[in-house]
Design a protein around this ligand. Structure first.
Ligand SMILES: Cc1ncc(COP(=O)(O)O)c(C=O)c1O
Length: 390
């Protein structure tokens, strides 16, 4: 057994990040300033988007995106139940209704065929939020075709999906707005942080304004030489701006994104190769097709419960006893009390999400894992499978 507990996730912070943050501290510019501007420019270039607006979380980016495309009370916003709290709650902020569409059980993302069927039953569909679960892109072509046909805006939840590619295109330059997360467990981190990218200048402008109280210009330019003290509130906005301290981390992390990705890909390859021997006990996650790229934010195995004499929760208990930190992504939104009580959803309404949920475990996958760490995860999973195979 491992001598120490292996955390489920850990950020990779090196001297470059520390130097960039210290530089910011010495500059005297702590809140939104020049480093946020640079981070936005470099991130936009990286995902090939025209505009990027840096904010303090992906949740904030999703909220601003729905506001900018004009979501109103009683509108319907379509998404997948297999997602985090944030995707659903931002819909609720507008008094709009989240309409869930069940998932493809292999990729765990929204099933375009079911989306097409669901939309015909909607009264006021306005937007769809595809979620690129684990960092594998949703099948965007049929989703975009359905959105076009019904006049829906596409707001991508790309919290897991940097750097992800779909058929040669970067996630970040496909939908009307794409929202990324830089939370501390994500593929690059600013501690807390997010980014909204878009090719539409009016949407970018609206999100930028609403991210800082709905005032008519960036607050920080007021204090520059030549800046004016005058501003106007054009709409009651929010306080979602990213700080230069966070952007300092982001700039350093962005430079390492390819190196981080290469390590995540190597770990995913090793897991998939090793778990081929456990094919009777578990399914490994799908990789992206040849013209696409998985970010490997998460590596999610699916237990074959009919072949094991334990359930997922006991499997996790035994992995924890072997000092391996794991997680579950996600408890489907429609199964949570709020969604059951408010919208009357029942667990069986989205049977694939419910069924997959019972089987999934997210294993550790992050750049600072050593080869020995990776082997210890493989050994622990193998041991639990072997001792409980039917
Ligand atoms: C799918 C998904 N969407 C949105 C978020 C929210 O991200 P943030 O914590 O940056 O607000 C998360 C966070 O883990 C997530 O997993």
């Amino acid at each position: 057994m491992r001598p120490t507990f292996l955390p489920f996730a850990a950020p990779s912070i090196g001297e470059e990040e520390i130097a960039e943050v210290v530089d910011t501290l010495r500059s005297g510019w702590l809140t939104t300033g020049p480093k946020v501007g640079r981070f936005e420019e470099e991130f936009a270039a990286r995902v090939r988007a025209q505009h990027a607006v840096a904010v303090n979380s992906c949740t904030a980016a999703l909220h601003l995106a729905l506001e900018a495309v004009g979501i109103k009370r009683d509108d319907e916003v379509i998404t997948s139940p297999m997602t985090f709290a944030a995707t659903g709650e931002v819909i609720h902020y507008f008094g709009a209704r989240p309409v869930f569409v069940d998932i493809d059980p292999v990729t765990m993302s929204i099933d375009p065929a079911l989306l097409a069927a669901t939309i015909t039953r909607c009264r006021r569909p306005k937007a769809i939020i595809p979620v690129h679960v684990a960092g594998l892109a949703c099948d965007m072509d049929p989703i975009a075709a359905i959105a076009r046909q019904h006049g829906l805006k596409i707001i991508e939840d790309a919290a897991h999906a940097f750097p992800t590619r779909y058929k040669g295109r970067m996630i970040g330059a496909i939908g009307d707005v794409t929202c990324f997360s830089f939370y501390s467990t994500k593929t690059i981190t600013t501690g807390e942080g997010g980014m909204a990218t878009t090719d539409d200048p009016a949407i970018a402008e609206r999100m930028r304004m609403m991210s800082l109280h709905g005032i008519s210009k960036n607050a920080w330019t007021r204090y520059e030489a030549g800046g004016s003290w005058y501003y106007e509130i054009l709409s009651p906005g929010f306080k979602y701006n990213m700080t230069d301290l966070a952007a300092a981390l982001g700039l350093a992390q962005l430079k390492k994104a390819d190196q981080f990705l290469a390590r995540r890909q190597a770990i995913a390859r090793r897991y998939t190769e090793a778990f081929a021997a456990l094919a009777d006990c578990l399914e490994t996650p799908p990789d992206a097709p040849a013209d696409s790229q998985h970010s490997w934010h998460l590596y999610v195995i699916k237990l074959r419960l009919d072949r094991l004499n334990v359930d997922r929760d006991q499997f996790i208990t035994e992995l924890k006893a072997a000092r391996i930190g794991v997680s579950v992504h996600f408890i489907p939104l429609h199964m949570h009390p709020y969604y059951r009580e408010t919208y009357g959803y029942r667990p069986e309404d989205f049977p694939r999400a419910r069924e997959v949920y019972r089987r999934i475990i997210s294993l550790p996958i992050y750049p600072s894992m050593t080869d020995a760490d990776v082997e210890s995860v493989i050994d622990a999973v193998t041991a639990v499978c072997r001792s409980h195979a039917k």
